[in-house]
Design a protein around this ligand. Structure first.
Ligand code: NAD
Length: 368
């Protein structure tokens, strides 16, 4: 039986509560004989700062480099609001993304039928929605230089951010999107603003080339990012895989996430380049933060975290069937009416973090 080494970084706030539920689900998968998981635990964010005075220790960085996958919950909280900038909790996350070279951020927006009525859009627009947003994560305007505020002789200030992409950065993210589409509904929508941005002109050109050279079997369309924003709330089910840059991806994936209900439902994956064996460095984490307002109360929704483990099975370990069954177990418990407080809506009652984790683990056990 294949064995995988996972670095578990619970982080801060509700992190330890939701990661405990992942371990239950992982045990069900191992008990069924599908794979073995060795969990190593590390510290990131405020908890790492408290222990080592850094947002992640060198020893944990080395473990992250060596692991088959990193599973991170969330970092941050009011306790660390005033720590020095370079050791603030988020610095741990950014270091992991940078040092592991995680350039592709995959954010699925999946609307479980049982929650379709909780969306801010009409039920028929979102029921069965299944979009994958692929956001470029290590380039573009968040990292481009110069990035500065300078004082002008006239007493005014001038702020500059630089949007910059090179061919290889667009090529590799486009390839990730096309490969994903082949395993889904075979359609990629590439988004930029070539009408007003040079980086958009290059983006469109390179995506078109990658498509023609290596993925002509996948349907490709180009859509300006502003139009895509509009279409996402108008007719979201027209999309399969959306690929876009760091800035537009940040905005559009947040819009897409709200189509599906609570933050507590949304997993994500960040992938690096494939090595000679096709293996990629990878980190899986829920989209939500450390939710300090509910930390320690045992009421956090563990579904985003469990879904992130499901993505690790799918994208790092090739355990597609087990990943499908985890998604189905989540759908089943929701269909049976189980709700944590954040997705309670008009339901008569809600369950705890651990009751939700138990229910998903049990549903999975039955399916396996
Ligand atoms: P948040 O995602 O932590 O919380 C926003 C709201 O959603 C809160 O009301 C919270 O209770 C609720 N929520 C979030 N996850 C939930 C879950 N699993 N179950 C039930 N309810 C859930 O965002 P925030 O309040 O803006 O930030 C809190 C802290 O988290 C800050 O320090 C912020 O910097 C950090 N943060 C970290 C990450 C990360 O680690 N990737 C992401 C976002 C925010």
């Amino acid at each position: 039986m294949a064995s995988y080494n996972i670095l578990l970084l619970p982080g801060d706030g509700i992190g330890p509560e939701v990661t405990a539920e992942v371990e239950k689900v992982a045990k069900v998968v191992s008990d069924a004989g599908l794979a073995k998981f060795e969990f190593e635990k590390g510290l990131v964010g405020g908890s790492a700062y408290d222990a080592h005075g850094k947002a992640i220790s060198e020893a944990d960085m080395a473990r992250a480099q060596a692991a088959d996958a990193v599973l991170l919950a969330a970092v941050g909280g009011p306790k660390w609001a005033n720590v020095p900038y370079d050791v603030r909790p988020e610095a741990g996350l950014l270091r992991l993304r940078k040092d592991l070279g995680l350039f592709a951020n995959l954010r699925p927006a999946l609307c479980y039928p049982a929650l379709a009525e909780a969306s801010s859009l009409k039920q028929e627009l979102v029921e069965g929605l299944d979009i994958m947003i692929v956001r470029e994560l290590t380039g573009g305007v968040y990292f481009g230089e110069p990035k500065e505020i300078t004082n002008l002789p006239n007493g005014q200030k001038r702020a500059v951010d630089t949007q910059v992409y090179e061919t290889y950065e667009v090529e590799r993210i486009a390839a990730v999107a096309f490969e994903l589409a082949r395993k889904r509904n075979n359609k990629v929508t590439s988004s930029e603003k070539h009408n007003v941005m040079k980086s958009g002109v290059l983006w469109k050109e390179v995506v078109t080339d990658v498509h023609a050279k290596s993925f002509p079997d996948v349907q490709l369309e180009h859509m300006l990012a502003d139009a895509l924003g509009m279409q996402l709330v108008r007719r979201p089910k027209q999309f399969d895989v959306i690929v876009t840059d760091n800035l537009f991806g940040d905005l559009l994936s947040d819009v897409a996430s709200m189509l599906t209900g609570s933050l507590g439902m949304l997993p994500s994956a960040s992938l690096g380049a494939a090595d000679a064996n096709g293996k990629r460095k990878a980190m899986y984490e829920p989209v939500h933060g450390s939710a300090p307002d509910i930390a320690g109360k045992g009421i956090a929704n563990p579904i985003a975290m469990i879904g992130s483990f499901g993505m690790a099975l799918r994208y790092s370990f090739g355990l597609i069937e087990a990943a499908d069954l985890i998604d189905k177990a989540i759908a089943d418990v929701l269909a049976a009416g189980l709700r944590t407080a954040d997705i309670k809506g008009d339901a008569p009652s809600s369950v705890s973090t651990s009751a939700m984790g138990d229910a998903i683990a049990n549903a999975l056990k039955k399916a396996l």
